[in-house]
Design a protein around this ligand. Structure first.
Ligand code: PHE
Length: 461
């Protein structure tokens, strides 16, 4: 059976943007911005996207589209029997590994959308949100049931195929996500006292930008663009020959950064509206599931219709962001198993789904019944998160940039980014320079930082 392609350029871009826009945009980027110098951080972040993100994204697109294969096969084809073929397999493995814990949080967003929609927060006092969340994640059943639903939806999309599943759902969910983001941001910035939040977010404070902030920005750019784990390479294998690679990469990065910045406009004005100290709100799960439900109730009137609508839409936003990313992770593994083991798409997808169900459930239960299983003081969920994000991802990013810069045939690369000479690529030399030197050095530094090398060195002095 022939391989499917995306039906349109816009469909291709929206699918890739669906992968990129995820939880990282909403629960990490705004906080990083607020803590690391506001607009100054945004400038640094955009520079990281330009220097590091775009070159690697274009390379992943190129590798995928040229080979029209799953990520493992793509690197195998291009590495002519050398050990570089392992980079593709590593990408597939990381994608699958990340998916196993990412789906757990996706399931939480559904539960919180449900709680918001049923006005479950209307009589909750500020102090109770922490224990509501703890009780929920520790429960052996409820998170697992939501997990089943979340993975079930992903499975349905994936089994429908590339065009009727992934492309169609992205064309539906990404515009919806965008509209929700804009609506929530407008609502939040029109609250009394919101201007202080906007100021807090946007005032550039260059004194905060030091080397560790730059490293943070690089790590965030990398994760946020879904680089290094075969997602973009796999999606690009469904691009047709006329899809402009560099322009698509630019569009995806633009959409991703815009949503991330707008997420800040949803969160901070409401926080300032209720007079809360932005340094107390936490990040990640604590921010999303403990601080924010409280902030929304207080800012919009506890139990009011506006609070219900706002809070429900916010968790829907998170849900859409999480599920489009999770679908892209699933596709990496599905394309791999179906093509490498000559299985039907149905069987391949079922195998992947089954594995994610098992490991996802283990990750989910690691907050409750399995919380006793720890290593380095971390439960299973955090081990998956840290190991993939801090260790595997930078290693894979480093190898991809070296592969694209030093190993890939440059003429072939040029032919691909120009679509066989049809497009101009005045940026090509800069791209090659970034791939050969800037990206490997930058990612190498991020990796050393993530594993704590710089902290250890600093501690010696
Ligand atoms: N880019 C996603 C985010 O910002 C995370 C992700 C990484 C999704 C890898 C898919 C693949 O949350």
């Amino acid at each position: 059976m022939g391989r499917e392609n995306f039906g349109s350029k816009i469909g291709a871009v929206l699918a890739a943007a669906g992968s990129a826009v995820g939880l990282g945009n909403i629960w990490r980027f705004p906080i990083e911005t607020a803590e690391n110098g506001g607009a100054a951080f945004i400038v640094v972040y955009i520079m990281c996207i330009a220097v590091l993100g775009l070159p690697i994204m274009i390379s992943e697109f190129m590798i995928g589209r040229y080979t029209h294969s799953n990520t493992a096969a793509a690197y195998r084809i291009l590495s002519n029997g050398s050990p570089w073929k392992w980079v593709g397999r590593l990408g597939v493995f990381i994608g699958w590994f990340i998916m196993c814990y990412y789906v757990v949080v996706g399931a939480w967003t559904m539960h919180y959308a449900f709680l918001s929609a049923t006005n479950a927060f209307h009589e909750v006092s500020a102090k109770e949100y922490g224990s509501i969340f703890d009780n929920f994640v520790q429960d052996p059943w409820i998170p697992t049931l939501w997990l089943l639903v979340f993975i079930g939806i992903i499975h349905c999309v994936i089994t429908r195929g590339v065009r009727s599943g992934i492309e169609k759902s992205s064309k539906l969910m990404m515009p919806t996500l965008f509209v929700i983001t804009v609506a929530l941001a407008i609502c939040s910035v029109s609250l009394p006292g919101a201007s202080k939040g906007i100021e807090f977010l946007l005032q550039p404070d260059w004194s905060k930008v030091d080397s560790s902030v730059v490293l943070n920005a690089m790590g965030q750019a990398f994760y946020s663009l879904s680089l290094g784990m075969g997602c973009l390479c796999t999606y690009a294998s469904y691009f047709d020959k006329n899809t402009p690679l560099a322009k698509s990469a630019l569009n995806v990065s633009f959409i991703d950064s815009t949503i991330a910045i707008m997420a800040g406009f949803i969160i901070f004005p409401s926080i300032f509206n209720i007079g809360m100290n932005p340094t107390e709100i936490g990040a990640g799960a604590g921010l999303t599931f403990v601080s924010l439900p409280n902030v929304f109730q207080q800012a919009l009137g506890g139990g009011s219709l506006l609070a219900v609508i706002f809070s429900t839409l916010f968790y829907f936003l998170l849900f859409f962001a999480a599920i489009t990313s999770a679908i892209s992770l699933h596709e990496v593994a599905t394309a791999y198993v179906t093509e490498e083991f000559s299985l039907s798409r149905k069987k391949g997808a079922a195998l992947v789904t089954l594995s994610v169900l098992v490991l996802g459930t283990v990750c989910s239960l690691s907050f409750g019944p399995l919380s006793g299983i720890t290593l380095f003081d971390r439960n299973i969920f955090s081990l998956f998160d840290d190991f993939s994000g801090r260790i595997l991802l930078p290693i894979s990013g480093f190898l991809i940039s070296i592969f694209a810069g030093w190993v890939l045939d440059r003429k072939l690369y040029h032919a691909e980014v120009t679509n066989g000479g049809k497009l101009k690529a005045p940026y090509f030399r800069v791209l090659v320079f970034a791939l050969c030197y800037l990206a490997p050095i930058a990612i190498g530094l991020v990796f050393l930082d993530q594993i704590g090398v710089f902290d250890t060195i600093m501690a010696l002095f």
